[in-house]
Design a protein around this ligand. Structure first.
Ligand SMILES: Nc1nc2c(c(=O)[nH]1)N[C@H]1C(S)=C(S)[C@@H](COP(=O)(O)OP(=O)(O)OC[C@H]3O[C@@H](n4cnc5c(=O)[nH]c(N)nc54)[C@H](O)[C@@H]3O)O[C@H]1N2
Ligand SMILES: Nc1nc2c(c(=O)[nH]1)N[C@H]1C(S)=C(S)[C@@H](COP(=O)(O)OP(=O)(O)OC[C@H]3O[C@@H](n4cnc5c(=O)[nH]c(N)nc54)[C@H](O)[C@@H]3O)O[C@H]1N2
Ligand code: SF4
Ligand SMILES: [Mo]
Length: 731
């Protein structure tokens, strides 16, 4: 029985992809201590400051407990019945007047950290049946999915670096020592990276900034933002040119791989010497990387956000997979492997699809029934058939997290109706007509459906709720279930049998709940007990008896069996990608002509005490010095008149789309010509209810990023490599 019993409770931290096991001490119904769970077989005691701040979210007086309805400039608390009925009624109204696509949805990142939302949000989306589905995926990892889909046949067959066994790790555009790892669930990643070097291995980091991860690596190679695809193409070129690809190295998968010759031809023009002036990575270093990757006992290239949120994100992730394949490190211990979770999402979900339709205004491609969020503002603001008139947001803050957030904000004001499922009245939800607040993380149970599928070891762990939800509150999954049901009930055109079926489904699903679905999925999964009493294997009961989680062993080779391509073959050179190389060639020509030289470009940055935009209201995380600062290389600082040290220098950062003011910090971590600003700030907008965050507002990086700057192939936003001007503010 969950509840507020005194003692130590174990659960998974749901704030980031590391999913650390944590131990929370409760006394008199209050949390008195949060620490890493030393008995968790996966995270072995690792924890970061954010887990400790989970209690701030729980206790936060600003966190919404009751639905809010807008009345002019004010908000009124209303009951759940009224709120849910009104939400459904207004969505149905818009749909009947303007068609299904007039209702858009934006799903934010915490949905993926909430098993109830995952299990009940998708059916709700299906019920809306709109093309205007958007999520944080397209400001994040869309290129990973596209490469997985095109090369391995399923959007979730994303190769994960086997960091615990590799002897050579090449990191591009990731800073796991701060982000705690992404598309690589590996709690305590710092220790794991240290261990590579302790066992005689090598870590190399390619990043425009000498990051916390780069500083502790064997080598750091600064790269000009947005040019990694050239560097990767040059590595592939070198592998072929220097005869470092041989089918024996590719092992048993060689026979299941197509496109070797096409790949060789595709990269023929990208010699390291030719691309070096553009990437600023010396040709000798590129060749050395290719040789080391080919020679190492095991090696893996891992690329993350920095090579995803850029104009050539699709090409980057294709080429990363290609290098891992060519060097014989795909699906092999110490290389890039495919985890098989206790709930195997590859088995349980569709393979995905690409470009079956496009966004109305800019023609950006669909991926797996989703459109790129860079298109959302224009889809709301541009009149015509198919214009978005209503928006549902769930666990998202796109005003701060998507490119040109200030433009989206203007567009939101023009909607007929907006409803947000969120814990807070923040920069995005302040534009809603209704806010529906779910229970906070510690009041519901959890199982990491998504991240256990991306983990460097096979693990299963169930977290019961720590606190009973107060009476009259709803979980995210219950809100989704209610909205879905009421969409049918509120529709005057829905025939009676459909309405009866909707009610029956609601009753059944409410009784089953996420727990029932999870038990079923575990029993029928690869490690499941099935339904035979006494048979060994996983059930929810079994997990409940193991509060620290169960280790199910290391990742194991599983190809070609798990491939979902038509003939279970790896596509090394899908045309989709080889055709996009023409765009890369054009960029190379522009850079060679010096078109982009001289100006500054903006990249992002994360801090261990931040979590995208939404943990800035936690007092425990907001101690210490100002974090929303612009890092500038000393040479650029000198040119711009930014003094090093002493007084605080405020600067204006201006781009083609906007202007913000922030504090500048001179730092030789930066590569010349590149400035860095974290995202998720800008808490000075009026009308929010975030007292702590508003006291440290910073400015939003996405007020200067550009919704027009996307990877034209995948549609992912290019948040990195945005041209900006920086000027000191005097007086
Ligand atoms: N503390 C903390 N942890 C987090 C989050 C957070 O906000 N705070 N957010 C979570 C989320 S949602 C995610 S998706 C993950 C992301 O996890 P990571 O991918 O590790 O993200 P970042 O720390 O942003 O690292 C991206 C790196 O790319 C570099 N970079 C920028 N442009 C380029 C480029 O063109 N080429 C190359 N090679 N590098 C480039 C940046 O300098 C930066 O070091 O972190 C998660 N963890
Ligand atoms: N410039 C720039 N922009 C970026 C990035 C970058 O590196 N640079 N990173 C991008 C990345 S990787 C990501 S993932 C996105 C994140 O962007 P989003 O997903 O849009 O936003 P978050 O900041 O994660 O905000 C999460 C919201 O969910 C709410 N919330 C938290 N927990 C729950 C819950 O359990 N239920 C409900 N219903 N609501 C909850 C919070 O109150 C908050 O409003 O930002 C992207 N934007
Ligand atoms: S690293 Fe991530 S999962 Fe681990 S405690 Fe910190 S926020 Fe939670
Ligand atoms: Mo993300």
């Amino acid at each position: 029985m969950p509840g507020t019993t005194n003692g130590v409770h174990f659960r998974a931290c749901n704030l980031c992809e590391a999913i650390c096991g944590i131990a929370l001490r409760v006394e008199d119904g209050r949390i008195t201590d949060v620490r890493g769970d030393p008995d968790d077989p996966f995270s072995r005691g690792h924890v970061c400051p954010k887990a400790v701040a989970l209690q701030d979210v729980q206790a936060d007086p600003d966190r919404l407990r009751r639905p809010l309805k807008r009345e002019g400039a004010d908000w009124r608390e209303i009951g759940w019945e009224e709120a849910l009925d009104e939400a459904a009624r207004r969505l149905v109204e818009v749909r009947r007047a303007h068609g299904r696509d007039a209702v858009a949805v934006y799903l934010g990142n915490p949905n993926v950290h909430n098993s109830g939302s995952l299990l009940f949000g998708l059916p709700f989306l299906k019920a809306l049946w709109t093309r205007n589905v958007y999520s944080a995926t397209s400001v994040d990892q869309l290129p990973h999915h596209l490469a997985a889909w095109a090369m391995f046949g399923h959007r979730l067959l994303i190769p994960i670096p086997d960091v615990d066994r590799t002897s050579f790790l090449l990191v591009l555009g990731a800073n796991p020592r701060v982000s705690n790892g992404s598309l690589m669930t590996a709690p305590g990643i710092g220790r794991r990276l240290d261990a590579i070097r302790e066992r005689g291995g090598t870590v190399v980091v390619v990043d425009p900034r000498r990051t916390e991860t780069a500083r502790k690596a064997d080598r750091h190679l600064p790269v000009r933002p947005g040019t990694d695809a050239l560097l990767l193409a040059a590595i592939v070129h070198t592998l072929f040119e220097e005869d470092l690809v041989c089918p024996e190295r590719m092992g048993r998968l060689a026979a299941a791989t197509d496109g070797l010759d096409a790949l060789q031809a595709a990269v023929a023009a990208f010699a390291p010497e030719r691309v070096a002036p553009a990437t600023r990575v010396p040709a000798g270093e590129t060749r050395r990387l290719a040789r080391e990757l080919a020679a190492a006992e095991s090696a893996v290239v891992y690329g993350r956000l920095g090579v995803s949120v850029q104009e050539f994100g699709g090409l980057c992730h294709w080429l990363i997979n290609a290098v891992n394949g060519l060097t014989g490190n795909l699906d092999r211990a110490g290389g890039a492997m495919f985890p098989r979770a206790a709930v195997d999402l590859v088995e349980r979900s569709g393979p995905g699809g690409f470009d079956r339709y496009r966004s109305r205004v800019s023609g950006l491609p669909e991926f797996s029934r989703e459109l790129p969020v860079a298109a959302l503002a224009e889809e709301i603001a541009t009149p015509g058939d198919g214009q978005v008139r209503a928006l549902v947001t769930s666990a998202g803050n796109p005003v701060l997290s998507t490119p040109g957030g200030h433009r989206l904000e203007e567009a939101l004001a023009g909607l007929d109706f907006m409803v947000s499922v969120d814990l807070y009245l923040n920069e995005t939800t302040r534009h809603a007509d209704l806010i529906l607040p779910p229970t906070p993380p510690l009041e519901h149970d959890h199982y990491d459906l998504a991240f256990l599928q991306l983990a460097v070891r096979h693990v299963a762990r169930y977290s019961p709720p720590l606190f009973d939800p107060p009476p009259g509150t709803l979980h995210d999954w219950q809100i989704f279930l209610e909205l879905q049901t009421r969409l049918t009930l509120a529709d005057p055109e829905a025939p009676l049998p459909r309405k009866l079926a909707a009610r029956a489904r609601r009753r059944a699903m409410a009784a089953v709940g996420p727990r029932g679905l999870l038990d079923l999925a575990l029993r029928t999964g690869p490690y499941g007990a099935g339904f035979v009493p006494g048979r060994p294997g996983l059930t929810l009961r079994r997990l409940e008896r193991e509060p620290h989680g169960i280790d199910l062993g290391p990742m194991e080779p599983c190809l070609p069996g798990r491939l979902r391509t038509p003939e279970r073959r790896i596509a090394l050179a899908p045309e989709l990608f080889t055709a996009d190389l023409a765009r890369l060639e054009q960029r190379l020509a522009q850079l060679a002509a010096g078109a982009a030289n001289g100006g500054l470009v903006l990249i992002g940055r994360r801090h261990v005490r931040s979590n995208n935009s939404w943990m800035h209201n936690a007092p425990r995380l907001m101690k210490g010095k100002e974090r929303c600062t612009l890092l500038v290389h000393p040479d650029d600082a000198a040119r711009l008149g930014i003094a090093d040290g002493g007084e605080e220098v405020r600067v204006a950062v201006t781009s083609g789309t906007g202007r913000i003011e922030v504090i500048a910090e001179v730092s030789d971590e930066m590569m010349p010509g590149v400035v860095s600003l974290p995202h998720g700030w800008g808490h000075d907008r009026p009308g929010t209810r975030l007292a702590t965050a508003a006291a440290h507002p910073g400015a939003s990086a996405n007020d200067v990023t550009d919704p027009g700057l996307v990877d034209r192939l995948s549609g992912n936003a290019a948040l990195s490599g945005v041209p900006v001007e920086v000027a000191v503010l005097r007086g």
